[in-house]
Design a protein around this ligand. Structure first.
Ligand SMILES: Nc1ncnc2c1ncn2[C@@H]1O[C@H](COP(=O)(O)OP(=O)(O)OP(=O)(O)O)[C@@H](O)[C@H]1O
Ligand SMILES: [Mg+2]
Length: 363
C-alpha cells in the first residue's frame, strides 16, 4: 500500500498556511479598528517618553478585536522603546491578586518562592525592580470580570491603577471586558481611573469583516483556492452572529478544511453553508454565545421564549410574563430586534377574529 499520509497530502492545494486563521495569530494590521488604536496609542505613548500613561477600559462583544488590538500595541510599544514593560495577563489564568503579582514579578525576571510569601511583599518587590530599572509597566488585564469575581480582586486593580500615587511607579493599566456595565460595579476610586478612556469596540460591520477575512485569506490560502463569494458569505454569516471576527475566521478555516477533506480544489460557498448548518445544529453553544451579547431585557425575553419550547409562545403571553419588567411596547420592539438579528422567529397566526404573532427561538 502506498503511504497513506503522502497520498492524502497530494490532494491538498488549499492551505498555504492555515495557522493564519487561528485565533492566536497576530496580523500586521487590524482593519476597522483605526479609531480605537489611535485612542489607545494616545493613552500609552507617554510611557515611551518616561511620562505617566493613562489607563483605559476596553469594552465590547466577543470577537470585536479587543485582545488583538491590545497585544498588537504592546508589541509595537516594545519595538519602539525599551522603557515600557509590557505585560499581558488573562485573568482566567491569573484570577487573584496573588496570581497577578506573581506573574508581574516573574515578568521582571525575578523568581520568587511560590509559598510563604505575602502578596504585599510581591508588590513591593515588583515596584522596587521596575523603579530601579526605570521601566514603566503597561499591564493588560484581559477578561477582567473574572478577577472581580474573586474576593480581593478589586484590590489589585486599585494597587496598579494608583501605583503612581501610592508607590511613585508610573504604570498603565488596560482592562478588558465584554460587560458594558462593568464600570458600574467598580469601586469609585477605580472607576475614576477608567472614566476618561473607556474605549467601546463595536461589532464589526460586513465590509469590515470582509476586509479582515481577505487579509487573512491571502496569507492562509493558495491563490485561486477560494471561490469568489466565500469571503462575502462568511462575512455575512459572522455579521449575523454579532459582528464577530473570531466566528468569521473560524468559519473560513472550517470551510477550507471541509474542502480539503473532500479533495476539492476550491473552497465554495457550499462548504461554508454546510459548516454553518452543522454549527447551528450545535446551537446551544452558539445561542449562549449570542446571549452574551444581549442585555437584560433581551435575555429575559429569550428565556420566556425558550421555556415555551418548540411550539413557541404568543407575543401577548410574553408581555404578560414580563409585566412590570417593561412596557408592552418596549417588549414588542425588542422582539422585533431579536427577530431581525436572527435569534427569534415570529409567525403571524389568525386567532379568532384577530391576529397574533407566535414567537419561537430560531433553531
Ligand atoms: N481588526 C481586525 N483585523 C484582523 N483580525 C482581527 C481584527 N479583529 C479581530 N481579529 C481577529 O479575530 C479574532 C478575535 O479577536 P479578539 O480575540 O481580539 O476578540 P475579543 O474582542 O478579544 O473577543 P473576546 O471578548 O471574546 O475575548 C482574533 O483571531 C483576531 O486576530
Ligand atoms: Mg479577548
Amino acid at each position: 500500500m502506498a503511504n497513506v499520509f503522502r497520498s492524502s497530502q497530494d490532494s491538498g492545494g488549499i492551505f498555504k498556511n492555515e495557522s493564519a486563521l487561528l485565533p492566536d495569530f497576530l496580523p500586521e494590521e487590524l482593519p476597522g479598528r483605526e479609531k480605537e488604536i489611535k485612542e489607545l496609542v494616545f493613552c500609552l505613548k507617554p510611557a515611551s517618553e518616561n511620562r505617566q500613561p493613562q489607563h483605559a477600559l476596553l469594552v465590547g462583544p466577543p470577537g470585536s478585536g479587543k485582545t488583538a488590538v491590545s497585544r498588537f500595541l504592546l508589541k509595537q510599544l516594545a519595538e519602539c522603546s525599551q522603557r515600557p514593560l509590557p505585560v499581558y495577563l488573562n485573568c482566567w489564568e491569573a484570577p487573584s491578586r496573588f496570581a497577578i503579582l506573581s506573574s508581574l514579578v516573574s515578568s521582571v525576571g525575578e523568581v520568587m518562592p511560590r509559598r510563604g510569601i505575602a502578596s504585599d511583599e510581591l508588590l513591593s518587590r515588583f515596584v522596587e525592580i521596575a523603579k530601579k530599572e526605570g521601566r514603566i509597566p503597561i499591564i493588560v488585564l484581559d477578561e477582567v470580570d473574572r478577577l472581580l469575581a474573586e474576593e480581593g480582586g478589586e484590590q489589585i486593580l486599585y494597587d496598579l491603577c494608583r501605583a503612581s500615587e501610592l508607590h511613585s511607579l508610573k504604570t498603565g493599566v488596560i482592562a478588558i471586558t465584554n460587560d458594558e456595565e462593568l464600570h458600574i460595579r467598580l469601586d469609585s476610586r477605580i472607576r475614576s481611573s477608567f472614566l476618561q478612556h473607556t474605549i467601546k469596540f463595536a461589532p464589526y460591520s460586513v465590509p469590515q469583516l470582509k476586509e479582515i477575512l481577505s487579509q487573512r485569506a491571502r496569507l492562509a490560502f493558495f491563490p485561486d483556492a477560494l471561490g469568489e463569494d466565500v469571503v462575502p458569505f462568511c462575512a455575512a454569516v459572522a455579521f449575523k452572529l454579532g459582528g464577530d471576527a473570531r466566528a468569521a475566521l473560524s468559519l473560513l478555516l472550517s470551510a477550507g478544511k471541509a474542502a480539503e477533506q473532500e479533495n476539492s480544489k476550491k473552497v465554495s460557498v457550499e462548504h461554508v453553508r454546510k459548516i454553518r448548518d452543522e454549527a447551528m445544529a450545535h446551537a446551544t453553544v452558539k445561542a449562549e454565545r449570542k446571549l452574551g451579547l444581549l442585555d437584560k431585557l433581551d435575555r429575559q425575553i429569550v428565556k420566556v421564549v425558550k421555556k415555551a419550547g418548540k411550539g413557541g409562545i404568543e407575543s401577548g403571553k410574553i408581555y404578560d410574563s414580563l409585566m412590570g419588567v417593561a412596557k408592552d411596547r418596549a417588549i414588542r420592539s425588542r422582539i422585533d430586534k431579536l427577530v431581525e438579528e436572527g435569534i427569534l422567529v415570529a409567525q403571524e397566526v389568525r386567532l379568532g377574529v384577530g391576529r397574533t404573532r407566535v414567537i419561537r427561538l430560531k433553531s
